[in-house]
Design a protein around this ligand. Structure first.
Ligand SMILES: *Cc1c(COP(=O)(O)O)cnc(C)c1O
Length: 416
């Protein structure tokens, strides 16, 4: 059974301070999880996790991860600025973008970030707008179908990202002529994976590509970036990833493929987002209304603008009705927000204990791709983000939007 990382009593105290809805993050959980990841890859000298900023773009979160030894994976101008603001610069930034504007490349170069090129044509573009750095990475797309045993994980052939093998090969040669000296290889082939075999299988593919590229081009391959994609158990009966076993699987592939090729000094990088944060965030909301028509509805004060995954992907987020964990789950509800969109439902036909107006509801696993995907549809305002610190105190790490924020991009000069 899924339990929130706060008790009802703790949460009552927190909501007395910060009105619902808000996202609450668990510093203790974030740190413990990051340490486990570091341990799982400590066999690789130079291993580094570049946290995918897009998952939880908050400086306080980046600061915690920085203290645990992580860098950042940025994909836009503002994500680069946020990384800089917390003092993560230089090669502690991986810039993995696509369809990249010139000013983004310029800022990435200024900060000394490692640039990961999404396309062959970006070589000339980067050269023109910002110059080619000494360290450079290219994103690989193997095409076709990506399967593990007989299970189809995803269809890289339909994905917009990355380059073909031939483009990687020609790209490395071209980049070398333009002054690049250290090369990296990156790929992201499946998202929210549920098997411990994803990273090891991806590693086998990339390690073999690395050996071939070295043979075909003679360049110095410094690192291989396994990117994101390790999943989390959103549903109560799912199992958490075993990061120790994942690290071991990657090590086996490393020893089998890279070491015999004389490439035993290649660094392993990751760009995890979801795995680093999702389980350590919750969306706290309150039941406002109940409605009885053809179905039973509970209307809460959060909506899809605070958490889009259920509306966008039909994603499951577990719900705990605080204080009623042990009561029979004998009521079938749709739990909805107030957007004028019928997909604004956090749960459909969910069996829950009887919910009364005023009850506090916790939506689990919203720490990644939760607040981050928020938007202002229907004039809804973004919520606050609150950090539950290791000592049990709380800190407001982002205030809630107010109407003035919603209107800040209009020029009302002369209207009032
Ligand atoms: C989204 C993304 C990540 C993080 O993915 P998760 O599924 O959150 O682990 C890492 N790298 C790139 C390039 C991404 O686009």
């Amino acid at each position: 059974m899924k339990r929130p990382f706060v008790s009802k009593e703790q949460l009552e105290e927190i909501v007395a301070k910060y009105p619902t809805p808000f996202h609450l993050y668990d510093e203790r959980g974030i740190r413990a999880n990051a340490r486990q990841l570091m341990e799982a890859f400590d066999w690789n000298e130079g291993y580094k996790e570049y946290f995918a900023v897009k998952a939880t773009p908050n400086p306080a979160i980046l600061q915690i991860l920085k203290e645990e030894g992580c860098g950042t994976d940025c994909s836009s101008y503002t994500e680069l600025l946020m990384s800089k603001a917390v003092g993560i610069t230089g090669q502690d930034i991986m810039f993995s973008s696509n369809v990249t504007p010139a000013e983004d490349f310029r800022l990435a170069r200024e900060l000394g970030a490692i640039i990961n090129l999404d396309d062959y044509t970006h070589i000339d573009f980067l050269n023109e707008v910002a110059g080619i750095p000494e360290t450079i990475s290219c994103r690989y797309n193997p095409g076709g179908t990506f399967s593990i045993s007989t299970f189809v994980m995803d269809q890289p052939g339909d994905a917009k990202y990355g380059m073909t093998y031939e483009q990687m090969r020609d790209g490395f040669i071209k980049l070398g002529k333009l002054g690049a000296k250290k090369f990296g290889i990156h790929a992201f082939l499946a998202s929210n994976t549920k098997t411990n075999e994803y990273y090891p299988e991806l590693a086998r593919i990339l390690f073999e590509v690395a050996v071939s590229l070295k043979k075909d081009t003679g360049v110095d391959i410094g690192f291989i970036n396994l990117s994101g994609g390790i999943g989390v158990p959103y549903e109560p009966d799912q199992k958490a990833a075993d990061v120790q076993s994942i690290g071991h699987g990657v090590k086996k592939a490393y020893e089998k493929i890279l070491v015999p090729a004389g490439m035993g000094d290649v660094k392993i990088f990751t760009e995890l987002g979801r795995y680093m944060l999702a389980p350590y965030g919750i969306l706290v909301t309150r039941a406002m209304h109940e409605k009885h028509i053809y179905k039973e509805y509970i209307g809460v004060d959060a909506c899809a603008a605070n958490l889009m995954r259920p509306a966008m992907y039909g994603a499951y987020h577990h719900i705990t009705v605080m204080g009623k964990e042990n009561e029979p789950h004998d009521h079938k509800y749709d739990v909805t927000g107030g957007l004028c969109e019928n997909n604004d439902k956090f749960a459909v036909d969910r069996m829950l204990p009887k919910i009364d107006k005023g009850d506090l509801l916790v939506l689990h696993d919203t720490g990644a791709h939760g607040f981050a995907m928020g938007y202002n549809y229907n004039g809804k305002l973004r919520s606050a983000e609150v950090l539950l610190k290791e000592d049990g105190s709380t800190e407001l790490i982002r205030r809630a939007e107010e109407p003035k924020d919603y209107f800040a991009t209009f020029d009302f000069t002369g209207m009032f």
